[in-house]
Write a protein that binds this ligand. Sequence first.
Ligand code: PEP
Length: 251
Amino acid sequence: MSRRSLLYAANWKMHHGPAAARDFLSRFLNLTSPVADRRLWFFPPSISIAAACEASAGRQDVTIGAQNVHWEPKGPFTGELSLPLVAEAGARAVLIGHSERRHLFGETDEQVGRKLAAALKARVTPLVCVGETLAEREGGRTEAVVTRQIGSLLERITPGEWEKVVLAYEPVWAIGTGKNATPDDAAQVHELIRFEISRRGVAHRVPILYGGSVNQGNVLALLAREEVDGVLVGGASLEPDSWAELVGLGA
Ligand code: PEP
């Protein structure tokens, strides 16, 4: 594997409270050493952000993030968390537009765009997810859907601000299903995304991660594609030993 910069992002979804997050990280960090050009991001449930930050203090290669935020900095939004609140807990990154937010909670392109703008304003690094559903793929609409999703992000921020953005292509049909896109499928959509952002004047090489049933068996083939700058992983990131093994495969 080449020494190019790779980002491994773990989305823990609704797993690992503060004690479990601490245990996970102390075990995981014992099993891994920092590697040049390898970034390790963790998205625990928000209640575990502070514990995860404490447990990973001193490891410059580790970043802790939030799985979701509201775009307003404060206000009457019961049950929501703002960017200043998650940043105070220690989050330096935030997942935006994950397909579970879009499809289970009805988040729209417009809301995703607002969250992106708010994250940049709060100086919390956004990891924005895009991707098509199975019906959209089977209907030949992958390109149109991803172009629309990227287009709505482009409306919200200036070309220069893309320097602080990370993207993830996550085909909805591949998330938590055990089906993953082939390296060719992923590379094709990553190329499309890169084309869309560069033709709108974004000069910076925005990292584009792939996500959707990534595991130890398929990660190297995906990362072997130069279009893939890292992976966003749910299920296979939940256990410290096997996650340490997975991130070690490409090192
Ligand atoms: C995810 O949650 O972003 C994800 C890709 O999940 P999984 O790896 O389980 O498909």
